[in-house]
Design a protein around this ligand. Structure first.
Ligand SMILES: CC(C)(COP(=O)(O)OP(=O)(O)OC[C@H]1O[C@@H](n2cnc3c(N)ncnc32)[C@H](O)[C@@H]1OP(=O)(O)O)[C@@H](O)C(=O)NCCC(=O)NCCS
Ligand SMILES: [Zn+2]
Length: 257
């Protein structure tokens, strides 16, 4: 039986298991990705190899895929740039770090992003069916990837919010503030950075790219970005990025339901 486990989701344990008929096998737990599996079962070893690689290092992303976005400058602004034609001529800058917007009418890009999000949702213990808003042509959300050395190492998916979904959340106890109807514009549905690339500012750059490039020609204010049930580390990122100190002294996070 292969078991993936993670304690990232507010201490909740993530378990994904497959039943295996046959003799009892020795289980081992990978200290790097946290997955428990049976090295003597080929299926288990393959499952672990894929999860491990993706979880630690992200997923291969060809140089010609995605619409290029300039990396946020020091003042936080970003702008769309045309897709690199140089890579088509074979002069790709594979070492560069870049942010791309996934083109919803390019099936290979969408399929690969959905695969990345499968791993993300496993880690977050989140539903796997919340992609419609970015992966359908003409939908009003977007997915952006952070690509480093030809691998997608981070992802953010964002959706435009209806006013009735917006709420304030008190950071300390994660409770929702009743009776107040804030108006936020963009919801962060998923944000994830592969394990070896965390704490390098990548999530912050993805947030900046999303707020400048989701609505054409408009940069959304930081305070109008809301979070969907932030995890422990997501809550820390949110409080750092756009948490607001209320006069009561409590830290409020813009969120949506
Ligand atoms: C949350 C996550 C996306 C942050 O990515 P990241 O690229 O490491 O974040 P950044 O480097 O841009 O962090 C920016 C700031 O947020 C804070 N922060 C982010 N993650 C933190 C963590 N786990 N613990 C403490 N602070 C954290 C830091 O204060 C950091 O500021 P600093 O530059 O002063 O150190 C990443 O940890 C992750 O993928 N976690 C698993 C998935 C997840 O929980 N996603 C959130 C869903 S709501
Ligand atoms: Zn592993």
């Amino acid at each position: 039986m292969a078991v993936k486990s993670s304690k990232k989701n507010g201490g909740k344990k993530l378990l994904q298991s497959r039943l295996q008929i046959g003799p009892t096998t020795n289980l081992t737990k990978c200290t790097k990705c946290g997955m428990t599996y049976s090295p003597s079962v080929i299926d288990d070893t393959t499952t672990h190899k894929n999860y491990h690689e993706m979880h630690l290092k992200g997923k291969k992303w060809p140089a010609t895929w995605g619409l290029g976005i300039s990396l946020p400058s020091s003042d936080g602004s970003t702008a769309l740039t045309p897709p690199s034609s140089s890579s088509k001529r074979g002069i790709s800058n594979t070492k560069a770090e870049r942010i791309v917007m996934v083109r919803s009418d390019h099936q290979p890009e969408v399929r690969t992003t959905l695969h990345i999000l499968d791993i993300v949702n496993d880690e977050l213990h989140a539903p796997h069916n919340e992609n419609e808003f970015w992966c359908r042509p003409n939908s009003n959300g977007k997915a952006f990837l952070y690509v480093k050395e030809d691998r997608a190492v981070g992802v953010i998916t964002v959706e435009l919010l209806k006013p009735e979904r917006c709420r304030w959340m008190i950071y300390e106890d994660r409770s929702i503030v009743d009776g107040v109807e804030p108006r936020f514009i963009l919801g962060v549905s998923r944000i994830w950075v592969c394990r070896t690339q965390r704490n390098k500012g990548i999530a912050t750059k993805l947030l900046e790219a999303a707020r400048s490039n989701t609505i054409y020609g408009k940069t959304i204010e930081k305070w109008a970005m809301a979070w969907s049930q932030p995890t422990d580390s997501g809550g820390k990122l949110a409080s750092h990025y756009n948490g607001v100190r209320h006069k009561s002294g409590k830290l409020l996070i813009p969120c949506y339901i």
